[in-house]
Design a binder for this molecule. Structure first.
Ligand code: PLP
Length: 390
């Protein structure tokens, strides 16, 4: 038996792995489990992207190591994608890094920029992988509360001068996981000003950049003047093109940060399979009709699920972006006990809000990653608990 290193011990608890294990036990026992707990898109990758991968896999050039900084054609595709979608101009060579999934980039950026003791600001509630990178780098994590009263946007005026002095990094994420909030432009403008003043690198996690409701178009952080001088944006193909299993994403923005990420990646995994890079370029550059269809699918799911929950008497707000619903727990429960009740009595898996940070308490997160029919079935099972009155 080998004792795990202190570094490993310092990592946050793998909350979602535990949740998945618990749900798996119910599946094994033969229950019809509805899993809304994970952010794992249920829909397949669009066929033209799969076809591009199959064809590219035949190319023996891709059977060799790829260039360690990624194929230039993919970086060029990313630049064209940003120009087309956001009117943001990027130099493909110096302002784009290809990542082995967004998660890797989010963890690596802390290792690239933090020295032990440096502060990194993270949203609370927030995506737990920000914490892992900070822990690996020995940094100090400082939480920025996101509350319903402030539409789940952080209040930078509450950051202490001491923390600002020690800060090197700030994570932001809109459309937001788990609160489903979207950003307003003034938030990003304030972030750029603050970052300039205190020499902080802003990392905007744009994983749900393509998913918003009622015609809303999420802002890229790089659309704000001066953003490139102070930050990067991380964009994944996992959610936009249902490619979560493919592990491909990219970081765009500040040149020194992009260079550092490319360097650290070379130490970890050298490069990504070239055929996946070719298929990713096809995804970014071909017709975006599949993305329009994806948005319509989530819009229908959101409308159906939220109306069904409101109809049974649960006072819930419709998500504005991402594919999550952030649902307040009924009186008499905390997020973990309510999630347990839903699993044990209704065989529905949701993520307890406390898993995303202290300000996640009082909520559970449900993913819209099942068909409308299944979401309706979930609402019916919840009604049968008799906790809500119409
Ligand atoms: N950021 C957020 C907020 C997410 O929810 C996810 C995935 O669930 C990711 C980043 C990472 O996505 P991937 O590693 O699949 O690119």
């Amino acid at each position: 038996h080998f004792e795990p290193s202190q570094t490993l011990k310092n990592l946050p608890e793998q909350f979602f792995a535990k949740l998945t294990q618990k749900a798996a036990r119910y599946v094994q026992q033969g229950y019809d489990v509805i899993n809304l707990g994970q952010g794992n898109p249920d829909l397949p990758t669009p066929p033209h992207i799969v076809a591009a991968l199959k064809k590219a896999a035949e190319n023996p050039l891709y059977h060799r190591y790829s260039p360690f900084k990624g194929h230039p054609f993919l970086k060029e595709a990313v630049a064209q994608f940003y120009e087309r979608e956001y009117h943001v101009h990027l130099d493909p060579e110096t302002e784009v890094a290809i990542l082995l999934g967004g998660k890797a980039g989010l963890v690596e950026v802390s290792q690239c920029l933090l020295n032990p003791g440096d502060v990194a600001f993270v949203p609370d509630p927030g995506y737990p992988d920000y914490w892992s990178g900070i822990a690996l780098a020995g940094g100090e994590m400082v939480l920025m509360p996101l509350t319903a009263e402030r539409c789940f946007l952080p209040d930078f005026s509450q950051l202490s001068p001491l923390h600002l002095k020690k800060a090197k990094l700030m994570f932001l994420n809109y459309p937001n996981n788990p609160t489903a909030a979207v950003a307003v432009q003034s938030l990003f403008e304030e972030a750029v000003a603050l970052a300039c003043q205190h020499q902080i690198c802003v990392v905007h996690d744009f994983a749900y950049g393509a998913i918003a409701y009622d015609g809303h178009q999420p802002l890229s952080f790089l659309q704000i003047p001066g953003a490139k001088e102070v930050g990067i944006e991380i964009y994944t193909l996992s959610k936009t093109y249902n490619m979560a299993g493919w592990r491909i994403a990219f970081a765009v923005g500040n040149q020194s940060v992009i260079e550092a990420i490319e360097l650290i990646q070379d130490h970890y995994h050298c490069s990504l399979f070239g055929a996946i890079q070719e298929a990713a370029a096809v995804a970014l550059l071909s017709s975006q009709e599949c993305v329009d269809q994806l948005r319509e699918t989530y819009q229908r799911r959101r409308d159906t699920f939220i109306s069904a929950l409101q109809d049974i008497g649960w006072d819930v707000q419709p998500p504005q972006g991402s594919f999550f619903a952030w649902l307040p727990v009924p009186d008499g429960f905390d997020s973990a006990s309510f999630a347990d009740l839903l699993l044990e009595e209704s065989h529905i898996v949701v993520a307890p809000g406390i898993g995303f940070g202290p300000h996640g308490e009082g909520y559970v997160r449900a993913g819209l990653v099942s068909s409308e029919e299944t979401l309706l079935k979930a609402a019916e099972r919840i009604e049968r608990l008799g906790l809500f009155t119409r």
